[in-house]
Ligand binder design. Structure first.
Ligand code: PLP
Length: 364
């Protein structure tokens, strides 16, 4: 008899989250941890992850609505807005909610200087472009911006100086040394300043992790930031287990096509499992044939096209699984890094794309 069956759900392992936090805490030593929870905590559910991460020093998000969602939920820890405010109207809201913006260009600086109704002066971060050339003020602007912020009535104390590495996931890349040297040179005159550089990859590679705040995102969720490796190589445990029931098992004769476009047919008679997850759940539509799907203790290849609500898996000529079994698309049994490599993407994208209709089950 089949178990009760379910469409896609994600079992979120909060013990694994705590474990990863401890691994990171150990690596970070006495540095403070800004845990990155943007994009719905990389798909894991913003508020519950923030609540579970009581042990980190501050939370980083990318959007004002994410920060306010946390405040409305009762999270009182410092929150850093990684791209700062997008409009001057947001400044009083941030000040009233004790949300710390990152200032990354002169336009924001001017908006802040002109802001009225700032109830409490804000702590701000100043992002410096040391070579990524995306966000951040120019090195030549650091001195003026620092002085201006340090003296602004809207701002509480000197800014925290931060930068972001372009190539931390390739520790040997020459760009890392360039950015490290640039940052060291730029922050040198501000010996008493608080500083920040390292994301997960930089922290695990020991690049710039000596600065006061480290900013891990991916590693909190148990995922390796380095291509060709998995979280367990760094003692991390997968937090998200994306799963769905196998809602049908069919015997298919050699040459009979399966799914949309009749895109795949078995060379020999085989069993096909239909798993209740598809691109409507965030499973990548372009996942190629052979992408692994874990069912009942081993991996089977995805075959045919990914549909909105279903995928098809070749179970082979000898059936070792049964209707109602739980398939794991990624998680503890099947690292998301391996699925991402098979699909030609990065784990970040797979995690963030998990759709709203996928129920998140939190396991304490
Ligand atoms: C400024 C900044 N710091 C830290 C992180 C966290 O990076 P990771 O998830 O690779 O640890 C991000 C994420 O993109 C970021 O934008």
């Amino acid at each position: 008899m089949a178990n009760a069956m379910r469409p896609a759900w994600a079992a979120i392992d909060l013990q694994a989250l705590q474990h990863n936090t401890q691994v990171i805490r150990k690596l970070a030593g006495n540095r403070r941890i800004l845990g990155i929870l943007k994009a719905n905590a990389y798909g894991h559910g913003l508020t519950r992850i923030a609540q579970a991460l009581a042990d980190i020093d501050a939370i980083g998000v990318a959007r004002v609505d994410e920060a306010l969602q946390l405040r409305n939920f009762g999270i009182t820890r410092p929150i850093v807005l990684l791209e700062g405010f997008f409009a001057a109207e947001q400044i009083p809201i941030l000040a009233a909610s004790n949300i710390q913006p990152v200032i990354h260009n002169l336009h924001q600086l001017e908006q802040l200087a002109a802001a009225e109704h700032v109830s409490d002066p804000m702590r701000v971060w100043l992002k410096i472009d040391t070579g990524m050339h995306r966000l951040g003020i120019e090195p030549s602007q650091v001195s003026a911006c620092y002085q201006q912020l340090a003296n602004m009535p809207q701002v509480n104390g000197p800014p925290i100086l931060m930068t972001h590495l372009a190539c931390a996931d390739e520790p040997e890349h020459a760009q890392n040394v360039k950015q490290l040297n640039k940052f060291a040179e730029l922050v040198h005159p501000y010996q008493d300043s608080v500083t920040s550089m390292a994301n997960s990859a930089a922290l695990f590679a020991g690049i710039g992790s000596e600065y006061d705040w480290v900013r891990p995102g991916l590693s909190l969720y148990g995922v390796s930031p380095f291509a060709g490796t998995v979280g367990s190589d760094y003692a991390l445990q997968a937090v998200m287990n994306l799963q769905a029931s196998m809602i049908s098992v069919r015997k298919i004769k050699a040459g009979e096509p399966v799914g949309y476009g009749a895109a795949w047919a078995p060379a020999e008679d085989t069993y096909i499992g239909i798993v209740a997850i598809g691109y409507g759940d965030g499973y990548p539509r372009h996942a190629p044939q052979g992408t692994p799907v874990w069912i009942g203790g081993r991996c089977y290849p995805l075959v045919g096209r990914v549909a909105m609500d279903m995928i098809t898996v070749d179970l082979g000529a000898q059936l070792n699984v049964e209707l109602g079994d739980t398939a794991q698309l990624w998680g503890r049994e099947l690292p998301v890094e391996k699925v991402a490599a098979a699909v030609g993407t990065i784990p970040y994208e797979l995690l963030c794309n998990v759709a709203r209709r996928v129920q998140l089950d939190y396991l304490d």
